[in-house]
Design a protein around this ligand. Sequence first.
Ligand code: HEM
Length: 400
Amino acid sequence: MDEQDVRYDFDHHSAEFAADPWRVYRDLRQRCPVAHSTTYDGGFWVLSAYRDVRRATLDTAVFSSDLDDLLIPEENPGRLLPVQSDPPLATAYRAVINPLFTSAAVRRLEPSIRRCVDAAIDAFAAVGSAELIVDLAMPVPGAVTMCLVGWPESEWLDVVHPIREFSTHPSGSRERAAAAVALAGLRERVTDNVRHRVTEPDGDLASLLVAGSVRGRPLTEAEMVDIMMMVLFGGVDTTVAAIGNMVLYLDEDRELRRQLIQDPRLISGAVEELLRYQAPVQGFARLVTEDTEIGGQRITQGEKVFLAWAAANRDPEVFTDPDDVRLDRGRNPHLAFGIGSHRCIGATLAKLELRIVLERLLARIPDYRVDRKSVHPTPSCGTTFGSRRIPVTFTPTDVG
Ligand code: HEM
């Protein structure tokens, strides 16, 4: 393949991309599944076919996560771990926080999640209208993340706001720059929390980190902070976007909404399929550690590759009718949570949150209607694909 064939003007932060990333991915997969874009960072590769994305994500020796930033363009708002490291160290970091994410630990969080979801719905159920990003999609993951790290639930907005501002604005924007400053403030709070727990452990995440070790040595303070920042980052904007995408989709597909209301046992499968259909995390970068070949294309050591999990999830080679939402898929090997050594450690928790949100929303305001002309994608969908606002109206119901 000559150079001309692989050139593609891929800009995942553009308004055009945000309007319909799936069209861009379809085009990429058909014309140029291993494409080279020069939009950012002096050029980078984009993988969009399922087989290539999967292979590269699993091959951590050649496609390394040990780089200054997993986002393209590179901005480095502070290192996050384990996501910016490679096995075996990455695996050791994961082992330290794993107790928070086991099935048993997630089950223990279920009553708190139910309480947070119902409290959010209580605040607008009797009114007959709401804006579901601010009133539901943000407070639920926000409060759950606070429970997870052991911080006061009422302060969730201090965490959600800077993370969401950063994730949903394009690189170079004023909002993103302001969010980076606020994130530095959040990092300071995390650092104070970790320092405090060295002398006064109390069973929260910071205490778990202080007691943790990798390769037979304690974690450094910087490592503890980087891990805790990742837990905060991981749980917030991804889940906000997913809740919004699901609520919006169910406004369009009334038949699916009817089925889920009639038989809520279908909700788990619907969550899985909707995550495939509109993967909130579009993709992250990897750094190529040695000259390699993928999808018939040679890539050179030192180049960057964007692994488009969202594109892989619509690959017709793997998913029949990829652009349709189908509850009868059976096996659904989507890559919305990545795959392999860095596969989302919070996936079980995220899916539980999403299931409970849909269960309670459909039980309590089953006839919600979205004011679609007021719905717009977030200013950038290059990091997470989602909506800025989702205004709805519905028949007012009793609180509680
Ligand atoms: C729908 C919601 C979510 C989506 C779509 C999502 C997506 C992802 C993806 C794609 C990765 C892989 C990154 C890579 O390979 O480079 C990842 C990693 C991670 N996620 Fe999630 N995530 C979600 C929710 C959560 C939640 C609720 C938490 C925790 C509170 C969380 C914490 C993490 C952490 C700590 C990692 C890093 C794992 C590692 O590097 O080993 N995520 N997530």
